[in-house]
Every structure is written in C-alpha cells, then in structure tokens.
Design a protein. Structure first.
Length: 127
C-alpha cells in the first residue's frame, strides 16, 4: 500500500536527506514538503498526509508544537519529531504528545523502524 508522508524541516538539505532515505525504503510513496509549521498546515489541507516527519527546531512553532496540532486534527496520524537534541525533556514531551522521537542524523534504519510501526498502526485503524 502507498502512503503520503509529510516532511517538515526548515533545512532543504535535511529534507533531501529524509527523501533519500525514504526513496530507498518506499520509492512509491507520495511526499509533501514544508519548511515550517504554517506551510505544513497548508500542505495538510491540500494533500491529506498519512504520516508526518517533523524537525524539532524551526522558525515560528517548533516540531513539538506542530506535532500537538497534528495529533488534534488527525489523532490517528503517526508523527515523528526529529532532532539532534536528545535531552530527556524533549523525549518526554514528544512521548506525551504521542509522537515518536527520532535522532538526527536520521538513519535509514531508524526511519524504516518508525515507518514499519506507522504502517502497522495505520492498518489497525483502517480495519
């Protein structure tokens, strides 16, 4: 099954790295990109993504703030917050929102594990 994934990061280079890993894992998936939370919310209305990958540190609202908004508007959407900041407070906040924390630099292996779990969760909610 093919899914649509929303990639949100203010760094074009970081978005390209995520797309490269995603291409290796799921080349048939549709990608939506945004550079910040406002663009992400617009993309959400236009493309109806199934899964979201969010950078933690962005201008304006953080990835944690955006994750909380996404969880409210699409409670079943798997969301991952990606950051090099591994402080326990960040991990706890992500967990409290219901988001998965993925460390930067994002590896294909870590992304693959998250996407496998996300697909499993999406399959459960669709049945």
């Amino acid at each position: 099954m093919s899914y649509t994934i929303l990639i949100v990061d203010d760094s074009k280079l970081a978005r390209m790295a995520v797309k490269r890993a995603l291409d290796a894992l799921h080349p048939d998936w549709t990608r939506l990109e945004a550079a910040n939370a406002d663009e992400a919310l617009k993309a959400l209305k236009q493309g109806d993504p199934d899964i979201a990958l969010l950078d933690l540190n962005m201008p304006g609202r953080s990835g944690l703030d955006l994750a909380a908004e996404l969880r409210e508007s699409k409670p079943g959407m798997p969301v991952a917050v990606i950051s090099a900041n591994h402080q326990q407070e960040i991990l706890n906040r992500a967990r409290a929102i219901g988001a998965t924390f993925l460390p930067k630099p994002l590896t294909e292996e870590a992304l693959g594990e998250f996407l496998t779990a996300a697909m499993h969760d999406l399959t459960k909610t669709q049945s």
